[in-house]
Design a protein around this ligand. Structure first.
Ligand code: PEP
Ligand code: MG
Length: 581
């Protein structure tokens, strides 16, 4: 048994067979081969080495001709490594005596070699690790050949274990068969994590390297509550987790009873709870858990889930589905927030070194006007079907907001000219997720109908921490006093105007912050559907007086760690039995 710690990003327990994906997103087959297949497998290895060598030799010759022998030497080094007798005999030994599959033997051996290079204290040698990695990939490509398959065609339930999953790969996961996933890289608020919540499957990111230790078909447990991945669990651990699955089911049933009760605090303050969605099907999850509206529809997943840009009709159908399911309840449709880690099949800006600071979100929309206008037309057409509100993401300057509104007004005019019906009084809001927007919030409130705080990005930009990078995860903290001050400023400005303000970042669905946010004056939360019952449970069990006390105390603290510890303790103290409904 082996237990790894990662960052839990979607709760729950999953127990099942592993499906291992290599770095390029292809399945790595099982670890073992049948005893009588050993000769065949050795032959497969020999052929793969020969094919990979021929490929490298031909690249070598092409480069020698174009750039000269000096540059071709890089390939000579690769060829030498690939044909090294020691490597060959190690691989053969693993297949012949341990009955490892050639793919597994290649991965394991070459990863071990590359770790040796990485451990040596030399930048130059560490770079050689990349060469070894390259050889591993090349050999695997030849070994897997036409058997390379993505994760799109599954036929039985699996736990996906991968180096990385992009938001589009996650968006395409088959939700009927994927029971949970783990990635070696990724941070707590990455969009991959957000999709896991949408799929309502346990997920863990940022475990660090472990794929070399696991093989397809092995039994794995994902503990999405604590962030543990357990490989080849023993009987006792398995029994413990099976029991937990049962207990979670009972807790969920208890929380379900809250569905039709209001989210009113114990002293009678009305709180509104909305749901965040990425896909139209999630609207059912929201309705089933008593959401009072959709506070954030991340429409960019329409682009990420498809090979081609969605047409106006595709947009329209998706929005209609959501609006019809929600009846007269508000539905906030956010215009596409592409870029950074959410990259569709658009031409990529060359050499984008800081994608989070680059052409993303509303900036991208304002540069790709035909694409933006297509979406706006669909949103406007759908606006007559229900209580639709539109929201622009990542607004940083007033000029940007005005430009976005101008494009919207222009599309409205266009629809008018063609006699197409839409809601002229459609409420227009903006996300507050850049510190600059908070600093100028008194001006912004004059020009919008509502605000929504996107803490995922607000934290990233305030603390200068990439939200999807596991190496700086310790620095990414919603409880940082600087972040809390910005949140307080936004809420205060919204109240003063007044315009409605929601929070739709992950922070609003984290029970540790509910009391603090209520104390800061937040009255509207938009959270992943699965988090709705728990947040409602807390709202109903605390008084505003309690919450204000908590907020005042937090205001005296200077660092995120103290605040986090304090909030955790307060939640336990003021909501005894928290988690048991
Ligand atoms: C946010 O930044 O908090 C947010 C809700 O938007 P996204 O996570 O899609 O960037
Ligand atoms: Mg955001």
């Amino acid at each position: 048994m082996q237990k790894l710690q990662g960052i839990p990003v979607s709760p729950g327990i999953a127990i099942g067979e592993a499906m291992v994906m290599d770095n390029e997103g292809f399945r790595i087959p099982r670890r073992f081969v049948a005893r009588d297949a050993v000769d065949e497998e050795l032959d497969r290895l020999a052929k793969a080495i020969a094919a990979a060598s021929a490929e490298i030799a031909s690249h070598r010759d092409a480069i020698a001709q174009e750039l000269g022998e000096k540059y071709a030497a890089i390939f000579d080094a690769h060829l030498q490594m690939l044909q090294d007798a020691r490597l060959r005999s190690e691989l053969e030994e693993m297949i012949r005596h341990r009955h490892y599959s050639p793919e597994y033997a290649v991965s394991r051996t070459l990863r071990h070699y590359s770790q040796v290079f990485q451990r040596l204290d030399s930048a130059h040698l560490a770079e050689r690790a990349a060469d070894i990695f390259d050889i591993e990939k090349r050999l695997l490509r030849h070994l897997l050949g036409h058997r390379r398959e993505g994760i799109a065609h599954l036929t039985s339930p699996v736990l996906v274990l991968a180096h990385n999953l992009t938001p589009s790969e996650t968006a395409n996961l088959d939700r009927h068969f994927v029971l949970g996933f783990v990635t070696e890289i990724g941070g707590p608020s990455s969009h991959t994590a957000i999709v896991a919540e949408a799929l309502e499957i346990p997920a863990i990111v940022g475990t660090g390297p472990f794929l070399a230790d696991v093989s397809g078909g092995e039994l794995v447990i994902i503990d999405g509550d604590k962030g543990f991945v357990i490989l080849q669990p023993d009987e006792e651990t398995l029994a413990h987790y099976r029991h937990k699955v049962e207990a979670n089911l009972s807790a969920a049933v208890l929380l379900e009873a809250l569905r039709d009760l209001p989210a009113t605090t114990a002293d009678g303050v009305q709180i509104s709870l909305y749901g965040n969605i990425e896909f139209p099907y999630e609207v059912t999850h929201c309705v089933n858990r008593g959401a009072e509206g959709i506070g954030l529809y991340r429409t960019e997943f329409l682009y990420l889930g498809s090979e081609i840009e969605p047409t106006e009709e595709v947009h329209y159908q998706a929005y209609s589905q959501v609006l019809q399911a929600m009846g007269d309840k508000p539905v906030i449709i956010r215009t596409f927030d592409l870029g950074a880690d959410k990259v569709p099949h658009l031409p990529q800006p060359e050499d984008e070194r800081n994608p989070c600071l680059g052409l993303r979100s509303i900036r991208l929309a304002l540069r790709h006007l035909p694409m933006f206008r297509t979406q706006l037309r669909a949103i406007l057409r759908a606006s007559v079907l229900g209580n639709l509100q539109i929201m622009f993401p990542l607004i940083t300057t007033l000029l940007e907001l005005r430009q976005a509104k101008m494009v919207l007004a222009d599309v409205m005019e266009d629809l008018d000219e063609h006699g197409i019906d839409f809601n002229r009084d459609l409420p227009i809001g903006m996300m507050v997720e850049v510190p600059a927007a908070v600093i100028m919030i008194d001006r912004f409130v004059e020009e919008v109908d509502f605000l929504s705080i996107g803490t995922n990005d607000l934290i990233q930009y305030t603390l200068a921490v990439d939200r999807s990078n596991k190496d700086v995860v310790g620095l990414y903290n919603p409880a940082d006093p600087a972040v809390l001050r910005l949140i307080a400023m936004a809420i205060d400005a919204a109240k003063k105007k007044p315009v409605p303000i929601t929070m739709c970042g992950q922070m609003s669905g984290n029970p540790n912050y509910t009391m603090l946010l209520l104390g800061l004056g937040l009255r509207q939360f938009s959270v992943a559907p699965a988090a709705l019952p728990e947040i409602k449970n807390i709202c109903r069990r605390v008084t505003l007086a309690d919450c204000k006390e908590v907020t005042n105390r937090v205001a005296t603290m200077e660092n995120a760690r103290d605040i986090t510890n304090y909030l955790r303790e307060e939640l336990k103290r003021r909501v005894p039995g928290f988690g048991n409904a």
